[in-house]
Design a protein around this ligand. Sequence first.
Ligand code: SF4
Length: 296
Amino acid sequence: MARGATPRQPARTGRQDKVRASTVTRVGTGTHGGTGALARPGRGKASAAAPKGRQGVAGKSAPTSAPKIKSYNPVASERVMEILNRLDHLYPEVKCALTHANAWELLVATILSAQSTDVNVNRVTPELFRKYPTVEAFAALTPEQLEPDVRSTGFFRNKSRSVVGAAKKIVADFGGQVPDDMEKLLTLPGVARKTANVVLGSWFGKAVGVVVDTHVHRISRRLELTTQNDPQKIEQALMKVIPQEKWILFSHQIIWHGRKLCIARKPKCAECSLENICHAADKTWSTVEMHQNAKA
Ligand code: SF4
């Protein structure tokens, strides 16, 4: 970039809230080859002007039968399907990034991944599972004995307590087998819906819910699939708008999207094929008219 040139920055005016009740415009094929998905209107002349011949003229009353205008609905099934189709193209065969060989290892890895990265967890778990190869081996430990092995994943005292507690309960109550049932999984120490959904979806192939981690939380809001902020409410909202057969894949795709492009601080919008149907307030680049006007 030339010295002194200022990169385009997203406006922070809350503009999308101002147009929430606005009209719908079909945008043509965008820079990424979109197929005319539903998008919010520009703020320029084109979308604001009434159709020619329909405007009132001084002294004459305007026709009363104005054309019907649909409200913008970010969770309209057409828009949601467009998002899902583009995610399928971007991330066709993504899987859980946590290294694991069975349900127990996935459960442990998921517990360890809280407030950590998958890369970090994958550095720790091979040696961990070599040292303690079975759930019974973990159940025989005290949390203090496990702490040094998981220290580098952060919050190691809580995580050690959760892993050892879960192992003891699985051995005592479930015959040493990780249950494939949401209610039973939620009885394990350190296991909430996110962890349970990871195990049920990625190991057992059961679409019981949608995994809501930090990436799904952030990107679902950016894509206006929800306005909620609480993970459980986000999950409920996503379960309403996304077809159940897509719940498992959607989470994986969004998690990968969050790692590769839609990163927290500076999303790479110029490289994102969802760009022309995304109206996030913190976009870093935009082909959508309303955003360009806002940045001018
Ligand atoms: S356009 Fe930007 S903010 Fe929207 S989904 Fe893509 S990377 Fe994220």
